[in-house]
Ligand binder design. Structure first.
Ligand code: PRX
Length: 654
């Protein structure tokens, strides 16, 4: 409740700047309402019309939405298209020499590719993949750093109808292994190393380690992009250098035309069990979601220079790096490095250097840049900017105001975009020339996206109020299934109580203007620096350590990361103290880093002889959350089997 009350005290409201409204694609609130009304009056035709207009189809669709097997919705399902054709080929006639990607490496060196050059690179690599035996429906794991090659790899898979599954380069060998086996990958595309913040990261060695863990018989080839000239572990009969494969490959590759529902990709994300979910997206509907949001929310114009800072390993890097900007023929910046290297002015320096006009990043990056270098933006010319965006977690009003004043100079609207891996594209966000913004609110749903707030029984919450955030109607870019587990898809997102609505897993509040304020997750999923982490995943990793008997993980509010990871651990031996406790904490943090990835390392570990449980053996997480925050426990603990344990768990080792 306290967070709900705190946002209600935020009553600043910013109307879109006159100049912005004048040139906006959707200009003025009446245009927004007109679009919403058109979706209301004939929902299917609304989306069908945009799908016909914005996508080049090889075979036109006759049916827009199939609802015969709910919740397995199908969109444009008798149409055929190719995503890579829509991102590349169709721009060649008009924009062959237009810059598609401006790539800035970690060390500041810049390389650019035009649409024609990117098209040639994708064709060559597609042919290389075909030579490796990859074809329609095969799964390909991509484990790459931010690079033009990562985009080429994704586009090439799309071109030949293969299904890519990108794994974030920060995930460990264990996590990579889990995804390789779950998806049944045939090939892995990786770089030998990644380069970030002046350091090299051995990606190929991690792939080798993952493959050595067993059960990866499906993988028979590994394609390696040589990012730096450095020793690379090699397996002669399995590994191939990217540059050697493309050297003599033909620069024409006919796109494989796929059904609109053909899976474009599978992307793993955390849920409330220990096993990540392979979120399966379609081709036609997904592409439409990215295109419409590029136009409506980013108000994209032909001359814009767009920069989304997200890694291609996350959904944001799929929708707003690898597909959306290319599908609309835009120019974008792609950055290999980190925001604080060589100093905390890197983002602002790059905005000046590349004349970025639309900048999209995460609240956690904004907060950390405020903390380490609030005066850096003043050193750079940020006048090229016209629109700012945020994604991944709620932005606190203070950070929003700093972004608005120091970066956007009160000229640039901020689009706070709420969406998820599962939604494929923006769902709730201001259309910047139409909807007034309020710091901390993602404002109103996009036209054709029917959101609501409901209670636990699925009943609509009228007017001002809070509850569960749901989508009442299917939308084109929605998740189609969980790879290999359609039952889990149904149960997780369409629980029977909600009468057919999509359960987002967030709680939200609606204010008197109908604006949405996201309050956070309702399940056991944490949001650390804009990344989803399942508490169960971290618990399973901890319990896999030979020293650990039991573990419970909760989140605690964190000034920069949004949430930090607090682990309560019971060892098999005695509860450690002093230096021994410190040593075990270090060991367990390292362990979790190896099991999942550095992002999941607990910020704090507390040891107990036991965990607070009810008499029926259920861990009382509510109490653990209060302890983590340092709150006095005032609530009823009469159902607790072992109240004395609370005192012990108040103490943190680090
Ligand atoms: O809790 C919401 C939060 O991030 C979750 C989705 O995480 P993921 O699938 O990793 O995708 C992140 C990038 C789209 C949501 O359930 N979230 C995302 N955007 C916002 C947000 N919370 C508040 N405001 C946002 N703008």
């Amino acid at each position: 409740m306290s967070s709900i009350e705190s946002v209600l005290h935020e009553c600043r409201k910013f109307q879109p700047h006159e100049l912005f409204v004048k040139h906006a694609t959707i200009s003025g609130i009446d245009s927004y309402h007109a679009l919403c009304a058109s979706a209301d009056s004939d929902y299917a035709s609304f989306w069908g019309g945009f799908a016909r207009k914005e996508i080049d189809w090889k075979k036109a669709f006759n049916h827009i939405l199939d609802e015969s097997n709910i919740p397995f919705y199908r969109w444009f399902y008798d149409g055929e298209l190719n995503a890579s054709y829509n991102c590349l080929d169709r721009h060649l006639a008009k924009s062959s020499n237009k810059t598609a990607i401006i790539f800035e490496a970690d060390d500041g060196s810049v390389s650019k590719v035009t649409y024609h050059e990117l098209y040639i690179r994708v064709c060559k690599f597609s042919n290389a993949l075909k030579d490796m035996g990859i074809s329609h429906g095969d799964r390909v794991i991509i484990y790459m750093p931010m690079s033009i090659e990562a985009v080429v790899a994704m586009q090439a898979c799309a071109r030949i109808g293969a299904i890519h599954s990108v794994v974030f380069g920060g995930f460990s060998a264990k996590s990579l292994h889990e995804r390789i086996t779950d998806v049944g990958a045939k090939t892995i595309i990786c770089a030998n190393y990644g380069v970030r913040g002046g350091k090299s990261v051995p990606l190929k060695a991690t792939v080798d380690e993952a493959l050595s863990l067993g059960g990866c018989e499906s993988v028979n080839k590994v394609i390696v992009y040589q990012r730096i000239n450095q020793d690379t572990p090699w397996s002669l009969d399995r590994d191939f250098w990217w540059h050697e494969l493309v050297e003599n490959a033909s620069d024409y590759c006919e796109p494989v035309w796929v059904n609109s529902e053909h899976p474009l990709f599978i992307l793993y994300t955390s849920g409330s069990t220990g096993k990540p979910k392979g979120v399966q997206h379609s081709t036609g509907g997904y592409l439409l979601g990215t295109i419409m949001s590029m136009k409506w929310v980013f108000d994209f114009k032909d001359e814009d220079i767009f920069w989304c800072t997200a890694d291609v390993g996350w959904i944001t890097g799929h929708s707003y790096v690898a597909y959306g900007p290319l599908a609309i023929g835009g120019t974008q910046v792609l950055f290999e490095g980190i925001p604080t290297y060589p100093d905390a002015g890197r983002f602002w320096q790059m905005i000046e250097k590349h004349k970025v006009s639309i900048f999209y990043t995460a609240p956690t990056a904004i907060r950390s840049l405020i903390k380490v270098g609030a005066d850096f933006p003043g050193k750079y010319d940020l006048s090229s900017l016209r629109l700012l965006g945020t994604v991944g977690e709620p932005i606190n009003p203070e950070a929003w105001m700093w972004y608005f004043q120091e970066i956007g100079k009160e000229r640039c609207p901020i689009v706070d975009t709420w969406w998820q891996t599962e939604t494929g594209a923006h769902m709730i966000a201001p259309l910047p020339g139409a909807v007034a913004t309020k710091p901390g609110s993602c404002t109103l749903p996009l036209p054709g996206i029917i959101m609501d707030i409901v209670d636990e029984e699925g009943n609509h919450v009228e007017g001002v109020g809070g509850g569960l955030l749901v989508a009442k109607k299917p939308w084109p870019s929605m998740i189609r299934s969980i790879w290999g587990d359609p039952e889990r898809f149904k149960k997780s997102y369409f629980p029977t109580e909600l009468k057919g609505a999509y359960l987002a897993g967030d709680s939200a509040h609606r204010d008197e203007d109908g604006y949405y304020w996201i309050m956070g997750r309702i399940d056991d999923v944490l949001n650390v620096s804009g990344h989803r982490l399942g508490t169960m995943e971290i618990e399973s990793a901890l319990v896999a350590n030979p020293l650990v008997a039991e573990a419970a993980v909760v989140g605690k509010p964190h000034e920069i990361k949004g949430e930090s990871v607090i682990a309560y651990v019971v060892l098999k031996g005695l509860r450690p103290e002093g230096d021994e406790a410190k040593r075990i904490v270090a060991e367990l943090r390292e362990w979790v880093g190896k099991e999942i990835g550095p992002i999941a390392k607990p910020d704090e570990i507390r040891f107990g002889d036991n965990l607070p449980k009810t008499r029926s053996g259920k861990i009382m997480r509510r109490l653990l959350r209060s302890l983590a925050k340092g709150e006095e426990i005032t609530s009823d603990i009469s159902t607790l089997d072992n109240p004395s344990i609370l005192e012990q768990l108040k103490q943190s080792v680090i």
